[in-house]
Design a protein around this ligand. Structure first.
Ligand code: SF4
Ligand code: SF4
Length: 263
């Protein structure tokens, strides 16, 4: 019996920990339905079967940290009708973008016995800094429900319903007590895009900003409030410079409190 032609899905890895690809494999209950609706054409983490391009949809995890990867993402873009970046590495450069604020040779000298073997760029950058991106899913890692919503929307030809409000809204919806008000802890919820369900505030911890800056951030105001509450500048730098350190609003906010790099 002739089989209905399914759109071809490719999943690519650049500099990353694989956690976002695992979020796709973690869709256990939905994975068979997904494999029925889309042809999994290139997904080395899941299958040795590799079908040639073109691909209808490429999901791209990871950031650009080598000259070879900067070439490779252009090849991926040419081979893909739609390209969606998944996770903080792909959308903002990831935790590895901390190198953007220092000399990467300092890090390689500390970590590797033979740093002279390491051939890397001095920065870690988002995929959108290199090629055009059709859509992005934030998070470290991404939320699998957002991923399924995105895939279902693309299959059915409508826009996915990805929230762009702040984590504070999710926090209030789950009825969590505000850790800033109640415990004086720094929390990035007011300036971070929703998507995680406010997991950390729900566990009485400040938001780490895994989903990156929300659309209309006011990091200056948040930083001033923390300073008034007695926080130290270096603590503020560390809060802003984590998984989404490379996202412009967080990069700027963290650098403002970086006393090592003040002139
Ligand atoms: S965004 Fe986080 S979970 Fe995803 S690949 Fe990067 S480090 Fe791993
Ligand atoms: S705990 Fe954080 S996310 Fe929740 S309301 Fe307070 S500032 Fe917002």
């Amino acid at each position: 019996m002739a089989r209905h032609k399914r759109p071809k899905l490719a999943v690519w890895k650049f500099a990353s920990c694989d956690g976002c690809q695992l979020s796709l494999l973690d869709c256990e209950d939905e994975l068979l339905a997904l494999a029925g609706a889309m042809e999994i054409a290139h997904f080395p983490e899941a299958s040795r079967a590799m079908l040639p391009p073109p691909y209808d949809l490429s999901l791209v995890e990871g950031s650009i940290t080598t000259a070879r990867d900067a070439e490779r993402i252009r090849e991926v873009r040419r081979q893909s009708r739609l390209l969606v970046t998944i996770g903080a590495c792909a959308t903002a450069g990831g935790i590895q973008a901390l190198r953007n604020f220092r000399d990467v040779r300092e890090f390689t000298a500390i970590v590797y016995a033979r740093p002279d073997y390491i051939d890397t760029l001095s920065t870690s950058t988002a995929i959108a800094d290199h090629v055009s991106v059709d859509m992005e899913l934030r998070g470290c890692p991404i939320n699998k429900h957002q991923l399924l919503d995105l895939l279902a929307a693309l299959l059915n030809g409508h826009r996915p319903n990805i929230a762009t409000h702040s984590v504070c809204i999710e926090c209030k919806l789950r009825g969590a007590v505000c850790v800033m008000v109640a415990h004086g802890q720094p929390c990035l919820g007011p300036v971070t895009q929703a998507g995680c369900g406010a997991i950390c505030p729900g566990c009485t911890r400040g938001c780490y900003g895994c989903f990156g800056p929300q659309d209309t951030v006011n990091s200056d105001s948040l930083g001033r409030a923390w300073l008034r509450a007695g926080k130290q500048p270096d603590e503020l730098r560390r809060v802003f410079h984590t998984f989404n350190a490379g996202a412009e609003p967080f990069a700027q906010a963290g650098s403002k409190y970086d006393q090592d790099n003040q002139g």
